[in-house]
Design a protein around this ligand. Structure first.
Ligand SMILES: *Cc1c(COP(=O)(O)O)cnc(C)c1O
Length: 230
């Protein structure tokens, strides 16, 4: 399993370098190991090699892993979340990265209230405009956030996006810098109960660029765990 240790160290080194480039410290950037399709035993090894947070995009797979791994690691829901699955993860996840509609916000708030907790969420924005991607259109983000800020058992802590599926680094970089600018605008609007503390952007192919453009959460799967077999 030593390739896993090597991969994790390599990603951490990359993060450190990219952070340094823009005058940030390594510790300011959170690495989420995206463990979809990956066995629990491999995830346990990754935890041993320093992974503290994992991300999953399907509720069933996430809860199965929670049952097996317990509190050894923190959990992030990073994929499209169906409203009827919210009840399965409330109180068990560190953060939901994929808030993209009011009906979902309502359900998260309702379920959180009945557990007596406040759930941390990121608002997913479809900056690139690709039709295949979930998320709000950037121009609708502010109105959405203003509405959700009234929900007492949800706390918006930032934004999340995915880069478009292209090779062109300029296009990818612009996606990330556009999200950063949007988060700065929202921050300056000072909505009650909203913080723009986190920018969750950057995956295996683009996490270095994302950090240079302001990401402080990166979600890395293949570069850590290897190719996914579905
Ligand atoms: C799969 C996935 C990732 C990780 O992708 P890699 O290319 O394997 O690093 C990150 N974010 C989301 C939302 C994902 O679904």
């Amino acid at each position: 399993m030593d390739y896993l240790k090597e991969n994790i160290n390599e990603v951490k080194l990359d993060i450190e370098e990219a952070a340094k480039k823009i005058g940030k410290k390594n510790g300011e950037i959170k690495l989420i190991g995206v463990s979809k399709t990956i066995d629990v035993s491999k995830i346990e090894d990754a935890i041993e090699y320093g992974i503290t947070d994992i991300g999953e995009n399907r509720v069933q797979e996430l809860t199965e892993k929670m049952d097996l791994l317990g509190d050894k690691v923190k959990y992030h829901m990073i994929g499209h979340l169906q409203t009827n699955k919210v009840k399965d993860i409330i109180g068990r996840v560190e953060m939901i990265h994929s808030l993209d509609r009011i009906s979902l916000a309502k359900e998260i708030s309702k379920r959180s209230k009945s557990e007596g907790i406040i759930t941390k969420v990121l608002v997913q924005v479809n900056v690139s405009g690709e039709e295949s991607k979930f998320g709000l259109e950037p121009k609708n983000a502010k109105e959405f956030i203003e509405e959700v800020s009234k929900y007492e058992n949800i706390k918006i802590e930032g934004l999340m996006t995915m880069a478009p599926h292209v090779e062109d680094e300029i296009v990818i970089r612009k996606t990330f810098s556009d999200l950063r600018k949007l988060s700065e605008e929202i921050a300056s609007d000072n909505y009650n109960n909203v913080s723009m503390k986190y920018l969750s952007m950057g995956m295996t192919n683009d996490y270095k660029i994302a950090i240079e453009e302001g990401a402080n959460i990166v979600r890395v799967g293949r570069k850590i765990f290897g190719k996914r077999i579905y």
